[in-house]
Design a protein around this ligand. Structure first.
Ligand code: AMP
Length: 380
């Protein structure tokens, strides 16, 4: 199957191949044709499935065909739960649009930063990628208008509901024109998502790809049995010994994330943390530096893991195990994207061994615990 069979324009096909995509992922094969045909779509897919391009490509094409609107009257609205996702999703729109003869202007907006620069940049924007709270602020300021929106995308609808955005979402839906096309993507379908689905979608085409479990086959999983007090030195030992250059480390608390970073830096390993207590600017910078390879180690808490989308991430290290096996699968899904094998390493203390057993059962994979008592960690 090639991108040429999906109904995309020649210019978009070229943009796709410039991005290095040779074949469409299953979600793209299934979602692009009905979206181009103007249908509502319900996509059940996780980060890593290629879901962003599955709607970004046809949305660009549809927006190109829409009639001109007045300034600050956007044509397509993409709602996302987090600031990180807003930035990343807009990057995908930008990447595909930048070399088109007929460009479409997109922009991300999110809270936690000052609103004025965003208000100023909204001129001529056609596709807006927004978190719900900031979108409402901008609407209150009359900095933009939704009356010409013909396309609505809800990305990670389940996360949006988990974060308590239901009221904001309902307010936003109420401001949209009645006739429009709706696309809803969610990693899971539950009662709450179904309510939104029923409220929004008209006779939707349902496209579903398997859980991220399929990814697990291309991830090399390694686990070390290690005393809690030796986790820090072991982490530094592994990074140095294996000369790891791009490592994502997960901890279960902000406090621990900070402590891990401090020790890494003290040991001359360039590291930064990303968690909800850091300012938006610091988070964006850290993520950007990490993505571009300038920052060697990024230490994150779970909340942040959803938004981190980096192709070819070679190493993910679980400094501590998350409570939920689902989160574990999600964390290690950051590596081994597409056909690029990655390594997922877990540092497992005695107290965590039982829980690690539960995680293995849930992901239907066995991971042998390697002993570490023999490793000399002096000096690390
Ligand atoms: P997503 O699920 O949208 O977060 O995408 C996951 C990753 O897969 C991103 O890094 C994309 O750049 C990459 N990707 C998406 N579609 C394709 C494709 N058809 N071929 C190769 N890589 C892709």
């Amino acid at each position: 199957m090639s991108f040429s069979t999906l109904g995309l324009t020649a210019a978009l096909q070229k943009a796709v191949s410039d991005a290095g995509f040779t074949e469409p992922y299953p979600i793209q094969q299934m979602a692009i044709p009905p979206i181009l045909a103007g249908k509502d779509v319900l996509g059940v897919a996780q980060t890593g499935s290629g879901k962003t391009a599955s709607y970004a490509l046809p949305v660009i094409q549809l927006v190109q065909r829409m009639p001109e609107t007045r300034n600050r009257h956007i044509k397509a609205l993409v709602l996302v739960p987090t600031r990180e996702l807003a930035v990343q999703v807009e990057e995908v729109f930008f990447q595909f649009s930048k070399s088109l003869p007929q460009k479409v202007k997109s922009m991300p907006v999110f809270g936690g930063v000052s609103i004025n620069p965003q208000m100023m940049k909204l001129n001529g924007v056609e596709i807006l990628v927004a978190t719900p709270g900031r979108l409402l602020d901008l609407l209150d300021h009359k900095a933009l208008h939704l009356s010409d929106v013909k396309l609505l995308v809800l990305d990670e609808a389940d996360k949006m509901l988990n974060l308590g955005f239901k009221e904001e979402m309902t307010r936003i839906f109420g401001m949209l024109p009645y006739i429009r096309q709706n696309l809803l993507f969610s990693a899971t379908l539950g009662k709450e998502v179904n309510t939104i689905t029923e409220m929004l979608l008209r006779d939707p085409v349902k496209v579903e790809v398997q859980e991220a479990v399929q990814n697990l086959d291309i991830i090399q999983q390694i686990a070390y049995s290690v005393e809690d007090s030796r986790k820090g030195p072991l982490l530094r030992y592994l990074i140095k010994e294996q000369n790891m250059q791009q490592v994502l480390v997960f901890t279960s608390s902000i406090h621990r994330a900070e402590a891990v970073v401090q020790k890494l830096v003290a040991n001359k390993i360039d590291a930064e943390s990303i968690h909800s207590k850091r300012s938006q600017g610091a988070r964006t910078d850290a993520l950007q530096d990490f993505k571009s390879g300038r920052l060697r180690v990024l230490v994150a808490t779970d909340i942040m893991s959803r938004g981190i989308d980096i192709p070819f991430l070679p190493f993910v290290i679980n400094y501590e195990l998350p409570r939920s096996p689902k989160d574990y699968i999600h964390r290690i899904g950051r590596t081994g994207r597409a056909e690029n094998p990655g390594e997922a390493i877990a540092l497992v203390s005695k107290e965590e061994e039982h829980h690690f057993g539960v995680i293995q059962k849930k992901m239907k994979r066995k991971v042998v615990l390697k002993p570490t008592t023999e490793i000399d960690l002096k000096g690390y």
